[in-house]
Design a protein around this ligand. Structure first.
Ligand code: G1P
Ligand code: ZN
Length: 543
């Protein structure tokens, strides 16, 4: 086997964002682009010779091309074993589990998560370390720095590896195993949840719908929800992974998972509906004519965790990303456990999970997870809900209503302004930062600013500092408005505005969220000048 070295020119745009390096497919298709990034990764890492690498992706366009490139480069780099999902498929949480189970050196996940796919869509690459979690910022920054200088890459001159059947191939000192993408993950789920209870709930007529959005969770849902738990095949929607996700955004929200949303809000709606995203780490939970806000979902799972076998002995603590509503904080207080507030992005939960400071964590962006892996996990969240429902034997909306009655309701919305011109977005942020000091103590339509700052975070375990993690306006009555720019987009800028108010008046718990938050939404615009800066009169997506 020959190792070939190819000269290349560095690219200046390979800095990973909130979740890996994410670019348009055409960017990745540039000659040497992927190779340079992978070489930078291997050059920066140390100690992988002879070790295991897990490799797979969400099946989007360019997945298979990228996998063959990475296999050739990983063989040249000297990995001892490469575990690759059949057909190049592995969900993000499955990769996390496989890394941990096989004590692998790490894993490479090919995905741009919920971004659209296809030749005109996006592609992405993420590296996860030996704990199964996304690489920390020190590492991603080192990869980026190296990528600005990398001038050549190495690959093994080997034939294309057939990925369509479970098999094993040897090249030099590397063995490549094509593995079943679902089996290990399904086995893990069965150790966490009461499958018998869930199955009997379903056998007794509880109707479950799941929308895989033509993305990675299709085969996982067919096996776990279908074969193991008895959900009818006709209730498992869009389960065939497609390179362009059937032409839509594989993002589980009410806008993009509209087929499921329409069904769940119809007169004949089933009892439970859920969807997951491109790479299987996000989840949306719906009940009969009812939507569970992801921040509430985290709080409800935390409050009911003792009903789930894996968490029956209690939680060590919980964590949420800063923009996620404080619903889980109230539950943590009641349970007498710690609650951590981290910056946006799953990588910030890794140290807390590793140190056993937390058992559960989540983000408002449809991400929930636990210490069973080091990624958020879409199907796991679905199983959490089904397990809770199987024990409580109540409807989703009853569980929601009772939760708000007991803990109060954190009325919450996120407004996204997509496709904002980058310089205008920067100006908006500068304008806000320049005015922060003046805001404290000011009153806006009955809301007094208690504190206005830029969120920065010191990791309690390794003491690393992450600054500029979003602008916070904290009001005296507990309401919050947060502004931050997305770190996952591939063109222009996306402004995210997170708005939250606390309501303990049960008579108002059914009120429409947007009208309940109307005053705060107006305050956000008055303070940030959103319309003036973006030229947009309303958000492009409201969650
Ligand atoms: C978004 C979400 C964030 C999540 C990330 C990856 O990042 O807001 O919570 O961790 O996707 O799924 P953003 O685009 O806001 O940087
Ligand atoms: Zn995702």
């Amino acid at each position: 086997m020959q190792i070939i070295t190819t000269a290349s020119q560095p690219f200046s745009d390979q800095r990973p964002g909130t979740s890996g390096l994410r670019k348009s497919v055409s960017t990745f298709q540039q000659e040497h682009y992927l190779e340079n990034f992978v070489q930078s990764l291997f050059d920066v890492l140390d100690g992988y010779v002879g070790k295991t690498l897990v490799l797979g992706g969400d099946g989007r366009f360019f997945n298979l091309t990228a996998i063959q490139i990475i296999i050739r480069m990983a063989v040249a780099a000297g990995f001892g074993r490469i575990l690759v999902g059949r057909d190049g498929l592995l969900s993000t949480p499955a990769v996390s589990h496989l890394i941990r189970k096989n004590e692998a050196f790490g894993g490479i996940i090919l995905s741009a998560s919920h971004n659209p796919g296809g030749p005109e869509g996006d592609f992405g690459i993420k590296f996860n370390t030996a704990n199964g979690g996304p690489a920390q910022e020190v590492l991603t920054e080192a990869i980026f720095q190296h990528s600005t200088q990398v001038a050549h890459y190495h690959y093994a001159d080997i034939p294309e590896v057939p990925l369509d059947q479970l098999d094993q191939y040897n090249f030099g000192h590397t063995v490549i195993e094509v593995i079943d993408p679902v089996a290990d993950y399904a086995e893990l789920m069965q150790t966490l949840f009461d499958f018998n209870a869930i199955k009997s709930l379903i056998d007794n007529g509880f109707q479950v719908y799941f929308d895989a959005m033509h993305a990675i969770t299709g085969p996982y849902a067919q096996h776990i929800l279908g074969e193991l738990l008895g959900v009818a095949n006709s209730n498992l929607l869009n389960c065939e992974p497609k390179p362009d996700f059937g032409g839509s955004h594989p993002d589980p929200n009410l806008t993009y998972a509209h087929e499921l949303a329409e069904r769940m809000f119809s007169d004949t709606a089933p009892d439970f509906g859920a969807a997951s995203d491109g790479d299987g780490d996000r989840n949306m939970i719906l009940g009969h004519q009812c939507f569970v806000n992801p921040s509430d979902s985290l709080a409800i799972i935390a409050a009911n965790a003792a009903l789930i076998p894996a968490y029956k002995n209690g939680l060590t603590g919980v964590a949420r990303s800063m923009p996620t509503s404080a619903a889980v904080d109230v539950v943590a207080e009641k349970l007498g456990i710690d609650c951590y507030e981290t910056p946006t992005g799953w990588k910030f939960f890794g140290n807390l999970l590793d140190a056993n400071k937390i058992t559960l964590c989540g983000e408002e962006s449809f991400g929930t997870g636990s210490n069973h892996v080091r990624e958020k996990d879409g199907l796991w969240a679905v199983l959490c809900w089904l397990n809770i429902l199987a024990v409580r034997k109540q409807s989703v909306s009853d569980i929601l209503r009772q939760h708000w009655q007991q803990f109060g309701k954190h009325v919450y919305t996120r407004h996204d302004y997509e496709g904002v011109e980058s310089t205008s977005a920067k100006k908006l942020v500068e304008h806000l930062l320049n005015n922060l000091l003046n805001l404290t103590g000011q009153e806006f339509n009955g809301y007094t600013v208690k504190c206005a700052d830029e969120f920065s975070y010191t990791d309690p375990i390794d003491h690393s500092m992450s600054e500029h993690q979003g602008i916070r306006l904290l009001f005296e009555n507990g309401a919050r408005i947060i502004f931050r720019l997305s770190g996952t987009g591939t063109s222009g800028a996306t402004l995210r505005v997170y708005i939250e108010d606390f309501c303990d008046d049960t008579n108002r718990h059914n009120e429409n969220t947007q009208s309940y938050l109307k005053t705060l939404i107006q305050i956000a615009d008055d303070i940030a000048g959103i319309q003036t800066h973006t030229g947009m009169v309303s958000p492009t997506v409201i969650t």
